[in-house]
Design a binder for this molecule. Structure first.
Ligand code: NAD
Length: 302
């Protein structure tokens, strides 16, 4: 059996087209567009490239985009004042502070200063609480878990009553996706188990999964014999395992591997996400959707 590939690159294009269309309609009817500010402190190369991708995507969709780059030595007080300025700016619907921040700045203090109604990353404790309550309380589901759920739904995988096993319990992936999958509603209603480094029988739990979501950051952790025949396998892991020369650009690029032994797993699973090109492209896509939804909440359109 060869699994059906769930391609994040294709689903991203479908969703971005949907967002673009909606942005145009809202602009025509209400003369407003979603506004997103990205705040980058310092010049960490990975953060620079991540922010530039977000900016490019926002611009493609017709958003108002402010890229507010700040020097590495900005004080915590000045950064808080900047966030306060954007909290009060009615043309801004999403505020994004790129992590990591320099050591002299307290990440938590900064993220908690963002107005929860502009927290499109969904990391503010108010939004974590809303996610836990579920249903219409949820405003901004965190972007990677939201992307995972969207992929499962668009692939047509049945989630109601399904055994879902989540490998990993981080605040940005494992815990929120586990909560989302067990809520009432579309793409959910599952029976969820979270497994982690202290779990006694990792293999035994994984073998039971109709939907296996792996976010451990350990290349090849999930072996093919841990996968139930026909299961849906979502590999969130992105691990750099070496470097190669790109055929397209002639430049050195990282070799990326997921947490699942893909080549063997695809012969057993019913559905599987590749790495790269699986969950990865979904995160920024869902960030764009959260920003659009923020505008819609404000305009009373949702
Ligand atoms: P994390 O390090 O914060 O959490 C990893 C979790 O996996 C921990 O809860 C840990 O208990 C568990 N774990 C680690 N090793 C394990 C093992 N051997 N057995 C069982 N459990 C184990 O990582 P994270 O931020 O959740 O990210 C996980 C992976 O997903 C990373 O590879 C990261 O790069 C990737 N990621 C991808 C995206 C994306 O594609 N958009 C977004 C976020 C994270």
């Amino acid at each position: 059996m060869t699994a059906q590939l769930i391609k994040g690159t294709e689903i991203r294009e479908q969703i971005l087209d949907e967002i673009e269309k909606e942005v145009k309609e809202i602009k025509e009817k209400h003369n407003v567009v979603p506004g997103l500010v990205t705040i980058l402190v310092g010049e960490n190369p990975a953060s620079v490239s991540y922010v530039s991708l977000k900016v490019k995507t926002a611009e493609r969709l017709g958003y108002k985009e402010i890229q507010d780059n700040q020097p590495e030595d900005i004080s915590e007080e000045d950064l808080l004042a900047l966030i306060d300025k954007y909290n009060k700016d009615d043309s801004i619907h999403g505020i994004l502070v790129q992590l990591p921040l320099p050591d002299h700045i307290d990440d938590k203090k900064i993220l908690n200063a963002i107005d929860p109604d502009k927290d499109v990353d969904g990391f503010h404790p108010v939004n974590v609480g809303r996610l836990m309550i579920g249903g219409s309380e949820v405003k901004f589901p965190p972007c990677t878990p939201a992307g995972i759920q969207e992929m499962i739904v668009r692939a047509g995988v049945e989630t109601s009553g399904a055994e879902v096993v989540v490998v990993g319990r981080s605040n940005i992936v494992g815990k929120p996706i586990a909560i989302m999958m067990c809520q009432k509603g579309k793409g959910a209603n599952s029976t969820v188990t979270i497994v982690h480094t202290r779990t006694k029988d990792l293999e035994g739990h994984c073998k039971r999964a109709d939907i296996l979501i792996v976010a451990a950051g350990v290349p090849g952790l999930v072996k093919p014999e841990w996968i139930k025949k026909g299961a849906c396998v979502i590999d969130v892991g992105v691990n750099r395992v070496g470097e190669k020369i790109s055929e397209k650009t002639g430049k050195k690029v990282a070799i990326l591997r997921g947490d699942v032994d893909f080549d063997a797993a695809k012969e057993i699973a019913g559905y599987i996400t590749p790495v790269p090109g699986g969950v990865g492209p979904m995160t920024i896509t869902m960030l764009m959707r959260n920003t659009l939804n923020s505008l819609k909440f404000r305009q009373g359109l949702m």
